[in-house]
Design a protein around this ligand. Structure first.
Ligand SMILES: Nc1nc2c(c(=O)[nH]1)N(C=O)[C@@H](CNc1ccc(C(=O)N[C@@H](CCC(=O)O)C(=O)O)cc1)CN2
Ligand SMILES: Nc1nc2c(ncn2[C@@H]2O[C@H](COP(=O)(O)OP(=O)(O)OP(=O)(O)O)[C@@H](O)[C@H]2O)c(=O)[nH]1
Length: 449
């Protein structure tokens, strides 16, 4: 029999109300001892909570009981919705810890129980985790849909089709001889497999947006020392996040702010100014700046009047970065000079901004929003949202492709490819052999979820 787990499921204290949740076989006993009755399932009941040992009244709380299996975890579950004071919660948790068979829940353990009882598949679990982490509206929508099973159903549908295809081929072995005749069952099946490869490819392509939406785009501010990077970060964020001084080399470690651009998440990163330096701390800062640049989706290169361009040989971006990451040149401190709006060819090369009088700031933010909207274009179809999904989708595709192209191999071997492809999808939803993945997935959860 499993332990009964308990945890504070609501947020930081003090708070108006705190929710203490428990799940497991001892729940009814605990309720009986704490509030004298087990309330009717799914009906909130206002009860005095009493310490069964000392007889002390602990609090007056709303108590909710869910009789398993009709609960979040599938086990008996109870919630004590008590006053959100630190001492109130501490005392109740302390009293719970004294019960035989009760122990504090580990991160994600309530959800883990729901998964173990087959109430959620892994994509739904991940969706729930993403929902709690969501910071913008578009992230919330994507996570909510995934939590509701949108993505899992797509993979389950593909998996069923693959299992059916394999069954067709295997049934055919019993009748036909090995000759592969045009129009045969095998031919029809491999036609369907080809169609599915196309669907997987399209899904993988569209899912770049799903992953970007989940993790947010990285926009990295780079440039020479004193170019105005930290001022720009503060101006875009609308608050003082980074330290601004007239001293070159102020920013050492990368500083991040999370922005919500029209519902899309962006992490804006301020980095150390690039220059030759003897200072060890500053050197490390510069190394980190280049590393952040390499991982960026977009670099904003801050360039003050008379400042250095990104292709400067000593204090510029590495050739690797310049090739793989789009770079926008932001002309900073334009209050100090008047700039020609266009170069000789007539294109606008530089984005002029002043953090002093805020000129150009809105135009820069609008351009950023447009860029982000293009990079993250999500429609109605459910998208993969994690490297884990992409990994197994590629396995699935590779197996399908192998079976489809190797018509020189015996039918049994090609049928085996259909099985591998189906299994790869089963690993995404957690229907197949994922024990080794679970700890990693649940580790990211909060306690009490
Ligand atoms: N107070 C409270 N609020 C909460 C949760 C919770 O656990 N407690 N949730 C936790 O994440 C979310 C709601 N999710 C839930 C999902 C399933 C069930 C549940 O009891 N399911 C049963 C009965 C379904 C029904 O009657 O329709 C079942 O699926 O069998 C409860 C909450 C968000 N708000
Ligand atoms: N006139 C004017 N001065 C600015 C503007 N933006 C920044 N400055 C000044 O330029 C100096 C350097 O600004 P920072 O934002 O610290 O520059 P940084 O690029 O982050 O510098 P490091 O952290 O040293 O790499 C400060 O004295 C700012 O007040 C601007 O738009 N106009």
């Amino acid at each position: 029999m499993s332990d009964t787990i308990y945890a504070l499921s609501s947020g930081a204290l003090p708070a108006g109300v705190a929710v203490i949740r428990m799940s497991g076989p001892a729940v009814e006993l605990v309720l009986n001892r704490l509030c004298g009755v087990v309330p009717e399932p799914r009906k909130a009941a206002l009860k005095r909570l009493v310490d069964p040992v000392s007889g002390d009244v602990l609090d007056e709380a709303l108590v909710l009981y869910f009789k398993g299996p009709a609960s979040f975890t599938g086990e008996d579950v109870a919630e004590l919705q008590c006053h959100g004071g630190r001492a109130v919660v501490a005392r109740i948790l302390d009293v719970l810890s004294e019960f035989e068979g009760l122990r504090p829940a580990e991160a994600g353990e309530f959800t883990r129980r729901a998964f173990d009882r087959g109430r959620m598949d892994l994509t739904e679990v991940e969706g729930l985790s993403d929902l709690i982490a969501a910071e913008t509206e578009a992230q919330r929508k994507q996570a909510f849909r995934q939590m509701g099973g949108g993505l899992g159903r797509l993979y389950e549908d593909w998996r069923k089709r693959l299992i059916h295809m394999r069954a067709m081929i295997e049934a055919d072995f019993d009748f036909a001889d090995e000759e592969d005749v045009p129009g045969s069952v095998a031919d029809q099946v491999w036609d369907q497999a080809e169609g599915l490869i196309g669907e997987v490819d399209q899904h993988l392509e569209q899912s770049k947006s799903g992953e970007r939406l989940r993790s947010g785009l990285q926009v990295v501010l780079m440039g020479a020392p004193n170019a105005g990077k930290s001022s720009l970060l503060n101006a875009i964020a609308g608050r003082d996040v980074a330290i601004v001084t007239e001293e070159a080399g102020t920013t050492r470690d990368a500083i991040e702010v999370h922005l919500d651009l029209g519902g899309y998440p962006v992490t804006l990163v301020d980095t150390a100014g690039l220059r030759e330096t003897e200072g060890r701390v500053e050197q490390e800062g510069i190394r980190r700046a280049q590393a952040r640049g390499e991982a960026a989706d977009l670099i904003l290169w801050a360039m003050e009047p008379g400042g250095l361009a990104p292709d400067h040989s000593v204090s510029g971006l590495s050739a690797d970065v310049r090739q793989s990451v789009p770079v926008w040149i932001v002309r900073t401190k334009v209050d100090l000079e008047t700039l020609p709006e266009r170069d000789s060819s007539g294109t606008t090369l530089e984005i002029p901004v002043s953090c002093l009088d805020k000129n150009g700031l809105e135009a820069l933010i609008d351009r950023l929003s447009g860029f982000v909207g293009e990079m993250i274009s999500v429609g109605e179809a459910p998208l993969a949202t994690r490297a884990r999904h992409r990994h197994f989708l590629r396995d699935c595709r590779a197996a399908l492709h192998h079976g489809f192209t190797r018509d020189d191999l015996p039918g049994e071997l090609r049928a085996e490819d259909l099985r591998s492809a189906a299994d790869a999808l089963g690993r995404i939803t957690g229907r197949i052999d994922v024990e080794d993945l679970l700890d990693v997935i649940f580790r990211d959860f909060c306690i009490g979820k």
